[in-house]
Ligand binder design. Sequence first.
Ligand SMILES: Cc1ncc(COP(=O)(O)O)c(C=O)c1O
Length: 393
Amino acid sequence: MEDKIATRVREMRFSGIRKFFELVQKAEDIISLGVGEPDFPTPEPIKDAAIRAIENDFTSYTSNYGILELREIIAEKLKKENSLNYDPEKEIIITTGVSEALDLAIRAILNPGEDILIFEPCYVSYRANVFLSHGNPIPVPTYEEDGFKPIPEEIEKRVTKRTKAIIICSPNNPTGTVLNKKDLENIADIAIEHDLIVISDEIYEKLIYDGEKHHSIGSLNGMRDRVITLNGFSKVFSMTGWRLGYAASNEKIIEAMMKIHQYSMLCAPTISQYAALEAFKAEKYVKKMIETYDMRRKLLVKGLNSISGITCVMPKGAFYAFPSIKNLGMSSEEFATLLLKEAKVAVVPGSAFGECGEGYIRCSYSVSREDISEALARIENFVEKVINNARKI
Ligand SMILES: Cc1ncc(COP(=O)(O)O)c(C=O)c1O
């Protein structure tokens, strides 16, 4: 049967995260810092709006672009919070999560054999989506000593005639890096000079700490029509299972994305769209979640740094820490596998996010304080044993 599977799909690797989670599911008494989703319930007003939508029989297909009322609310939000001006009628599309928006954006612009630059370590779907669209994902490595920020010369070096676009993600999964205005201006200059599209994944936009500020690259001079801004409800509003996201860009690009979406998805889930009408009013719930993440972030990073052999920079956004285990003399996959087996703590090996993620592990702080404390104690114990064993050899 193997020969019946498309070559591209056969050549693809399974996500390093998924592979790990299959192991986690088989084991007992595990504390998982491997999760990539909020541990809070969806805010009540959003849930109530979904129940009302069902009671009112708002259960049929919507416009391919999504319900206009939601697009209007999103247009207002983008204008007020992101200084982005897009027409809700033609320049915004509601999608089945950012996952679909990302896939549509790539498929709408990419011809076979064209390149898309990706800053690694990065979210696992970027590479896979470009590959599935018959394009070439071109990694641009970023390093801890640069705060995991892309260096303009490293981007320039990889731009060729084949380059079509750059994907950026700030705040970043897995590093928690937040790109400031200057970082974005550097990327924008390159995009303008070489006539590139920028796909900007802003899904963690509000999960940001220490007074850092989120900027949208689409708001910079000359960028409006060459940026596809992706955002959604999963992370900030704790709505991963509702499968709702959106994209904003110039009319031609959004129309091209809609063309694919109308044949693949038809429309985003209707009940979720009605529920999302209440999301931007749920600020007080979001504020509380951010405060809680912030407390956990400090607890986790302080704890990791107190373990001899591990160092961790303070992440500025999202809900992940990305500590270095380079001093421990094993690969990130070996470390994660042994940690799971011997200490019953699940983390994701940094190599799952690109080659330059080797030597790091991703620990999510989207878990309770108690679980973070217990996980830290287990990791410390485990690392002590690793160091002692190394001394004996
Ligand atoms: C950076 C990033 N983008 C997109 C997604 C997918 O989000 P959604 O649930 O909206 O499809 C994730 C999920 O983990 C993510 O981390």
